[in-house]
Design a protein around this ligand. Structure first.
Ligand SMILES: NC(=O)c1ccc[n+]([C@@H]2O[C@H](COP(=O)([O-])OP(=O)(O)OC[C@H]3O[C@@H](n4cnc5c(N)ncnc54)[C@H](OP(=O)(O)O)[C@@H]3O)[C@@H](O)[C@H]2O)c1
Length: 273
């Protein structure tokens, strides 16, 4: 119940926050990143919004004009470490500080581990793992200079509840969890906190744009809206939580899977088959 209270307590967009933060978010051109950028801007925060699709970045810039906060859209690919450093420098030159990184950019894949096209598997690993690391490495020096900060990473329930054809995505999201845990202890002395979100199925473009074998969305389970997830991400910015799982259903999948792995494997086999 604590989680749902959190969502309800999220400040309303017509009420500006008292201490606006400078936030860098990756994957801002659709889904959760788009919804989070809109919410942050409506609350008065300053946002460096990154993505690859230029037309979407322009739309985002237009959509946030006139809001309480300020959004600086920058085109870039999280798999390019040098580019991420350059974008961070541009954002810092404009806003003067960085308080929060939301390492949200990600890509999905469907296909068997042994048969899939290697280039697709590599793209998932480079986006979902290297992309998080490049974002973190670009942002941490600015956070240190600002006296501390908060990194929010987006993992997935699929990291535990994997199935045939979902292996590379699940592996990449397990890696995000491990990175978050390591970063939390490595950066604590710098007053940089790390929160990892174990996200359940959300209605975005992720499934449509996934690499590998085309097919239907895997699960018949209920989906969340990106706005609900955005509200929880913004809520997390004000708190020091290690892990956030939004729904009781996702908690059940994660803990049920740990306690009864064979049962979860059988269920996931049916879901993904
Ligand atoms: N939707 C779900 O059910 C679900 C569940 C668990 C976890 N998640 C995670 O939530 C995060 C957001 O996904 P979403 O559901 O909002 O999907 P989405 O609508 O497809 O958004 C993904 C975002 O990542 C960006 N992106 C992808 N590759 C990139 C790259 N190389 N460099 C920069 N940006 C890149 C995309 O923009 P461009 O193509 O314009 O670059 C897009 O803005 C992902 O990490 C995803 O794995 C989603």
């Amino acid at each position: 119940m604590k989680n749902y209270r959190g969502i309800l307590n999220t400040p309303r967009p017509d009420k500006p926050v008292e201490n606006p933060k400078a936030v860098l978010i990756t994957g801002a051109t659709s889904g959760i990143g788009w919804a989070t950028t809109l919410l942050l801007a409506s609350l008065g925060h300053k946002v460096i919004a990154i993505g690859r699709r230029e037309d979407r970045l322009k739309e985002l810039q237009t959509a946030t004009e006139g809001m309480l906060g300020e959004v600086m859209t920058l085109q870039g690919d999280v798999t390019d470490g040098e580019k991420m450093l350059q974008l961070m420098a541009e954002g810092l030159a404009h806003f003067g500080r960085l308080d929060v990184l939301i390492a949200n950019a990600g890509i999905a894949h469907r296909g068997l581990l042994v048969e899939s096209n290697w280039a697709d598997l590599e793209t998932v690993l480079r986006t979902n793992i290297d992309g998080v690391l490049h974002s973190v490495r670009a942002c941490v020096p600015a956070m240190r200079a600002s006296g501390g900060g908060h990194i929010i990473t987006i993992s997935s329930v699929t990291a535990v509840a994997t199935g045939p054809g979902a292996g590379i995505y699940s592996a990449s999201k397990s890696a995000v969890d491990a990175l978050a845990r390591a970063l939390r202890v490595e950066l604590e002395a710098d007053h940089i906190w790390v929160t990892n979100i174990w996200l359940g199925q959300t209605h975005t473009e992720l499934a449509q744009r996934r690499l590998g074998t085309p097919g239907k969305v895997a699960s018949k389970l209920p989906t969340m809206t990106p706005e609900k997830v955005a509200a929880r991400i913004v809520w997390a910015m004000e708190r020091r939580q290690r892990v956030i799982i939004l729904r009781p259903l996702d908690r059940l999948i994660i803990w049920g899977g740990r306690l009864f792995p064979r049962i979860l494997e059988k269920i996931m086999y049916r879901v993904y088959r």
